[in-house]
Each structure stands twice: as C-alpha cells, then as structure tokens.
Design a protein around this ligand. Sequence first.
Ligand SMILES: NC(=O)c1ccc[n+]([C@@H]2O[C@H](COP(=O)([O-])OP(=O)(O)OC[C@H]3O[C@@H](n4cnc5c(N)ncnc54)[C@H](O)[C@@H]3O)[C@@H](O)[C@H]2O)c1
Ligand SMILES: O=c1ccn([C@@H]2O[C@H](COP(=O)(O)OP(=O)(O)O[C@H]3O[C@H](CO)[C@@H](O)[C@H](O)[C@H]3O)[C@@H](O)[C@H]2O)c(=O)[nH]1
Length: 443
Amino acid sequence: MKIAVIGTGYVGLVSGVCFSELGNEVVCVDKIAAKIERLNGGEVPIYEPGLQSMIASNKEAGRLRFATDLNASVKWSDIVIIAVGTPSLPNGQANLGYVEEAAREIGNAMNGYKIIVTKSTVPVGTNEKIANIIANHTEKPFDVASVPEFLREGTAIQDTLHPDRIVIGTDSPKARERLVELHKSLTPDIIVTDIRSAEMIKYASNAFLATKISFINEIANICEKVGADVTKVASGMGYDKRIGSSFLKAGIGYGGSCFPKDTQALVQIAGQMDYDFKLLKSVIEVNRDQRLNVVRKLESLLDGLAGTTIGVWGLAFKPDTDDVRESPALEIIAALERRGAQVKAYDPIAGDNFREIYGSNTVIYCDNAKEAAWQSDALCILTEWQEFLQIPLTDIEGWLKLPYLIDGRNIYDEGQVANTNLVYYSVGRPGMNRGAKEQAPVL
Ligand SMILES: NC(=O)c1ccc[n+]([C@@H]2O[C@H](COP(=O)([O-])OP(=O)(O)OC[C@H]3O[C@@H](n4cnc5c(N)ncnc54)[C@H](O)[C@@H]3O)[C@@H](O)[C@H]2O)c1
Ligand SMILES: O=c1ccn([C@@H]2O[C@H](COP(=O)(O)OP(=O)(O)O[C@H]3O[C@H](CO)[C@@H](O)[C@H](O)[C@H]3O)[C@@H](O)[C@H]2O)c(=O)[nH]1
C-alpha cells in the first residue's frame, strides 16, 4: 500500500518507518523543512534505539522517503496517517489546531478515494470533525478511522512491530478490511470498534497506567511512614495476574509528552460533559506532589538549600530517550533553584534538549556524571540510565563534598548501599535509609 504519514515526531516517524519495513511504500511528511533536510541527509531528529539503521535500509530499498510537500504526498497515497501533535492548551484541553490544519490540507489535496487514519491522540468526536473538515474541501470519496498509537519512547520500534493490540475504530467496512490487512502481520489481537470507542481507548489506557503509577507512589509514601518496602510490596502485588507487575515502579512521578497531557485532556473531556473525573484529578495531583519529595528530603537533610550545590543525574523523563517534555527534572530543578541551590546537571543525551526547554542559564550543564557529582553537597538521581548503575557507589562517595545521595528511581539495592558511608534516601524503602535523621517509625 502507498502510505503518506503527516508529521515526523515520534509517532509519525516510527510508524512510517515500520510500515515501510513491512513492505509498504511510505512518504513521511513534515512542514518543518529543516527536519526533512536532516532526515534526507541521514540524520534522525529523535533519539530512538534502532531507528537510524532501519531508516537507512528502507530508504535504500526505495520504500521510504521524506518530503515537505503534503499536497503531492497525499495525492500519491492510498492511506493518509495523521500523526501531528496534540499538545495541551493552558486549560488542559487538547489543542486540535495541528490536526485541523492537516485535515484541511488533506481535503485540498484529495484526488480519489483514500482512507484517512488518525494516530494522534485526540478527544472523542475528533475523527468526526476531521471527516467534516475534509468533506468541506473535497467532493472525492474517503473514509476515516481512528487507529490510536500505543508506542513508548525508547522501545518504540519493538512496540510498533510487536504491539499488544491494534485498535481500529471505523464505521466503514472498506476501511476496516484494508486496515486489518495492513496491520494483520503485527498481531492477531486486532480490535475493531466504532470511532468514538477507539478514541476513548487511548485516553483510558494512558489514564489507567498513570493511575497505577500514582497509586504505587502513594503506597510508597505510606511505606516510608510504616517501615515497609514499596519494591517488595509492588512485587508481591504484581504476581496477582489481575493486577500485573508493570507500571508499579515508585519514583518521582510520571512525565513525558503523553501521560501529563492526556490525563489533563481526559479530565477536560469529562468536564465538558459535566462529569467530574475525581479519581483522575487525584492521580494528577499526587503526581505533581510526588516530584517535590526529592526537594523536601534534600531540604530536611541539608537544613535548607540556600547556598548549597546539588548534583543532578538524569534530565530525560525516562531512560533511552532524549525527550524532556514534562520531565520531572524540569520542576525539581526549578524548585531547587528557587530555594537557592546551585544545580549541576548531567544526562547522557538529553542535556541540550533540557537546556532549550528549561530556558534559564543558571544551571551548570556537565559533560559527564563525575563532573555533576564533584564537590556537590548532595546528588539526586532523577532518571534511571544504565550508565549511572555502572558507576561504583564508592566513587560517588569520593566525588561528593557531603555524602548525601537521593535516589529518586530506586536504582540501587541494599547490598550496594550497605558497602558505603553514603547517607542514602530512596523512594518508599525506609529500611534502606542510611544516616537518616528520621528514625524508623514507631507503630
Ligand atoms: N510521543 C509518543 O511517544 C506518542 C505515543 C503515542 C501517541 N502519541 C500521540 O501522537 C501525536 C504525535 O506525537 P509526537 O510526539 O509524535 O508529536 P510531535 O509534536 O513531536 O511531532 C509532530 C510533528 O508534526 C509536524 N506537523 C504538524 N502539523 C503538520 C502539518 N500540517 N503538516 C506536516 N507536518 C506537520 C510537526 O512539525 C512535528 O514535527 C500526539 O497526539 C501524541 O499525543 C505520541
Ligand atoms: O512503573 C512505572 C512506569 C513508568 N513510570 C514513568 O511514567 C512515565 C511514562 O513512561 P512510559 O509509559 O514508559 O513512556 P511513554 O513513552 O510516555 O509511553 C506512554 O505514553 C505513550 C503516549 O501516549 C503511550 O503510547 C504509551 O503506551 C505509554 O506507555 C515516565 O516518566 C516513567 O518514568 C513510572 O514512574 N513508574
């Protein structure tokens, strides 16, 4: 099939490349000419393991190309995939400006029957709007379908080529048949629904995963008070197949370009229908507060942060990505600076993106992990990069001025910490706190 993908962010690029890997002819379109120039020059604008070589081999095979000309790309295609951004508006609603603009441009380019697939995460009812916009710009026949994307950054190729399920929301038998054909080699679990249910499945899935994370973070906070270990609690819960072990890692809360935005958007979607989504509002509030636990722990350990130097390891919202959108590090570092700390930060690959988004030149960006820890009053781990785990804790102890280590991602185990004189705090594991001012709880 001939597929035009509109937007070369994570979703557009990865799904376009993967569809070409499956033998389809694909053009990935973006209106940012510089992005397309880089892609045509062999560069990949996002960091995603395995993507660069897959792009190169599919380009060489003549199945994949990149273009800025949406009109010609749509005319050439049988299927058009909308994968443009749907960022948050100030009130939390999804901004549909890019989607609507893409729909208008697609409508103007129509030259025959096409299936218009939306992969962007969009509120319920949006595919109907897209259909109306396109119909206002063309007389040519078309069908729309909602095929939400569930890939995770860092494992995007694996997630796309081996998804848990594919959801296809459409009311057209013809679109259903072609889209099932397009996806059937990926998984036997293809769920075909009406359009509105497909749109809702995406938000409900992200909201549920975010709920698991906030739930386990609250359990971690209680564990700290009652002397239990959240990692053991999560493991014990996870064996129950009804609960499952994934997304039960306590830490500094969820970030990234999806969970924060999509949970806010779902609260708004419900609110517009006069439904107060109380549970999800709490999930969001717990997440916001969880980030600041790191700051509170540091303040209490160092008796205030004014005049201190704090090393930070990890700026990306999770490992194996250079994406810092809604990364907890943004808020944590801002809070440290507001309290008068000098922050020295290091991330294996996300430093430049962080500097651009954070927009302040007061943070010292370091070239390596040692530099960020060197002579700092404390070190905080905010992203669980493998690189950090390979550094012996005794080295960290030697580099720091004061021996305070706040592990926001629970990356070290008891044995590793026991061999050091570090004052160590993690999340929901009070038994591992060493040199703690807080005593074990009296029950
Ligand atoms: N990032 C993820 O991991 C992920 C996963 C699943 C779903 N989603 C959803 O997918 C959508 C895209 O997310 P993303 O992170 O890939 O987006 P992004 O914002 O990183 O990239 C979108 C791209 O679309 C381009 N674009 C916008 N309007 C265009 C137009 N009219 N013509 C051509 N190009 C245009 C932009 O220039 C940009 O390069 C969002 O709705 C998001 O919620 C994202
Ligand atoms: O047990 C866990 C799991 C994740 N996180 C955090 O949650 C955030 C999101 O992680 P993850 O889901 O792995 O990354 P994303 O790439 O944002 O992927 C999510 O958002 C995408 C965009 O909608 C969806 O497609 C994916 O299915 C969904 O997992 C990150 O900050 C993680 O550190 C935790 O704190 N604890």
